[in-house]
Structures are given as C-alpha cells and as structure tokens.
Design a protein around this ligand. Structure first.
Ligand SMILES: NC(=O)c1ccc[n+]([C@@H]2O[C@H](COP(=O)([O-])OP(=O)(O)OC[C@H]3O[C@@H](n4cnc5c(N)ncnc54)[C@H](O)[C@@H]3O)[C@@H](O)[C@H]2O)c1
Length: 290
C-alpha cells in the first residue's frame, strides 16, 4: 500500500497500547492537542494509573503551549474497539518478542488500513516482529522510540525495512506538534537507537576508566560537568536509571559484540552484589540518604 498522510488525521483518534512507564508518557504528549487519545491496556490498574498521571501532568505541560485545548483521554479494555478509526497506534508493551509479534499481527488485522503502526521497543528493530503482518501492512510499520517525555523529548523514527518513506516523513512532520517532541530519522536499521548507542559507549568508557583504577566516579562526573556544562555526570545519571538496568543493557550489547571490554560489567556486578542499585536502593555510585 502506498501511504498518503490522511487529511482528516486531526479528527481521528491516536491509540496507545500498553499503559506502563512509557505508554502513559506517550499518551500525555499526545494529549497536548485537541483530539481523542485512547489507551488500551489489559490491566485496569495500569489504565487508571496512566489516566491519573496524565490528569496530574497535563495542566502544567499545557502552560508551555498557550491557547491549546487538551486532548480527551479514553480508556479501553478491548483492542479492536480501541483501534477503530485510529490514524496512528503507538505500541508500548513489555520488551518480549513473542508478545510484540502477536500484537503487530493483530493490529494489522484490526486497525484501519491506513493506520501507522509504531513500536516503542528499545532493543528490537521492528523488522523482528512483522512476520504476522501482511506484505502490504509492513509498509506502515516503524519504530518510534521515545525516551522519557515530557523531560527527554527526542523521538527516533526507524524503518522496519519495508516502511513507506511517506510514513516516516509524516511522523517527522507531525510529531513536533505534540508536546514539543523532537523527531530524528534513523538512516538505517540499527540495534539500539542513535542516542542509546552513543550514551552506551560513553557509559561503558566511564565505567572502564573507573574499573581500571584510573579515576573515581566522582571525578569522572566532575570532569564531564566542567568540560561540557552538563548538570549531572554519567555516574549520577546511571544511579538514576538503576545499575541493574544498565548491566542488562550492557550484557545485551556484549552478546552482539563479544569484543566489548569486561571491566564495565564486572564493576556493575560488584556494586549490584552489594545491593547498590542506584537511587532506587538509596545507594549506588553515590549515597542517597534523604
Ligand atoms: N522504561 C523506559 O525507560 C523505556 C524507554 C524507551 C522505550 N521503552 C520501551 O517501551 C516498551 C514498554 O516499556 P515500559 O517500561 O513502559 O514497560 P512497562 O512494563 O512499564 O509497561 C508495559 C505495559 O504493557 C501492558 N501490557 C502487557 N501486555 C500487554 C498486551 N498484550 N497488550 C497491551 N498492553 C500490555 C502492561 O499491563 C503494562 O502496563 C518496551 O518495549 C521498552 O523497550 C522503555
């Protein structure tokens, strides 16, 4: 199918599938404009949590966009009803390949023929989960990878290998209107997105410098802050994400590239084995007593 941007997209719903950490944030961004934002999640607890989060955050976010009226958030427990008449569907379900394969197969069957099917997966390129999608349906599938809106508003758009360029151009064109998102086009398929990959390399080298006894977490952070002007350094940032999460990501990259240095993972394992997971355990590279 050759994609054309629908002229009536503003009158059609935007759908978010999965109302967890990222899904509720995507829905928040989409609700910064007039229109219907639908959230589908099998868990009523998650649906309600997402709605509470949006109702709390939206008034503050809208002050940055004077004159705009907010979107109408509607909660769904039925997938086929949720996707009726949608112009775009964002998937934010758990990072499990089989789940994503089934969902994209279902979306291809249930969604309007011109609805864009966008995945938020961090580690799987969409090419890995379109085997149940029809040949013509593959042209409307893309990765649309958010970070942590409304704080980190970059979004990376990547083809599934079959995506219609018009789908990608439509997203590049339309997304900035939603909560100040800043879209970037990933020029070819990649395991890990542009920012994730660069940040992974920075983290890894910082960890390696400390693992080798060349410096300390505090000094690496300080030298970063002095030289680049960033408000917090990489070690404090890793503490915020969680050292267990950082290790999982690093282990995954190591399976793809066995020549990566082992020092960073050994250092992370040492902290984790002492219960030092970062801010969430009140101790990581730094202590967080209050
Ligand atoms: N957490 C992050 O920092 C982050 C950042 C960028 C991208 N991502 C990606 O976003 C996706 C979601 O991550 P998350 O952290 O929001 O996960 P999460 O576990 O917080 O939320 C997942 C939600 O999906 C729901 N769900 C489970 N199975 C479902 C199904 N079949 N259909 C619909 N909903 C279903 C769950 O009830 C839950 O509410 C993942 O692919 C992840 O890689 C996460």
């Amino acid at each position: 199918m050759v994609y054309t941007k629908p002229t009536n997209y503003k009158e059609r719903p935007i759908v978010i599938i999965g109302a967890g950490t990222l899904g509720m944030r995507i829905a928040l961004m989409m609700a910064t404009r007039d229109g219907e934002v639908r959230i589908y999640d099998p868990s009523s607890e998650q649906r309600n949590k997402a709605n509470d989060f949006i109702q709390q955050q939206l008034p503050g976010l809208l002050t940055k966009f004077p004159g705009r009226s907010k979107g109408k958030v509607v909660l769904f427990d039925n997938l086929s009803k949720a996707v009726e008449n949608a112009w775009i569907i964002f998937e934010a379900i758990p990072e499990k390949l089989e789940l994503k394969k089934d969902l994209f197969g279902n979306l291809d069957r249930l969604a309007p023929i011109d609805a864009i099917l966008a995945s938020n997966s961090s580690s799987f390129p969409t090419s890995l989960f379109i085997d149940q999608v029809s040949e013509s349906g593959k042209t409307r599938v893309v990765n649309a990878h958010f970070y942590m809106p409304p704080i980190q508003n970059a979004i990376e758009i990547m083809s599934c290998g079959f995506s219609d360029q018009a789908v990608i151009e439509t997203l590049m064109d339309i997304l900035p209107a939603y909560g100040g998102l800043v879209p970037f086009k990933v020029q070819k398929e990649s395991v890990g997105f542009i920012f994730n990959r660069v940040w992974a390399a920075i983290k890894r080298e910082c960890l390696d410098v400390v693992a080798a006894g060349i410096s300390t977490p505090e000094d690496v952070d300080r030298i970063f802050m002095v030289n680049t002007g960033i408000p917090i350094g990489p070690f404090r940032e890793m503490d915020q994400i969680g050292l267990d999460v950082i290790l999982e990501i690093e282990e995954y990259y190591a399976t793809l590239n066995p020549s990566l240095p082992t020092g960073p993972r050994e250092l992370l394992r040492k902290y984790i084995s002492q219960g030092k997971l970062g801010v969430k355990s009140r101790c990581g590279f730094y202590s967080y007593t209050s």
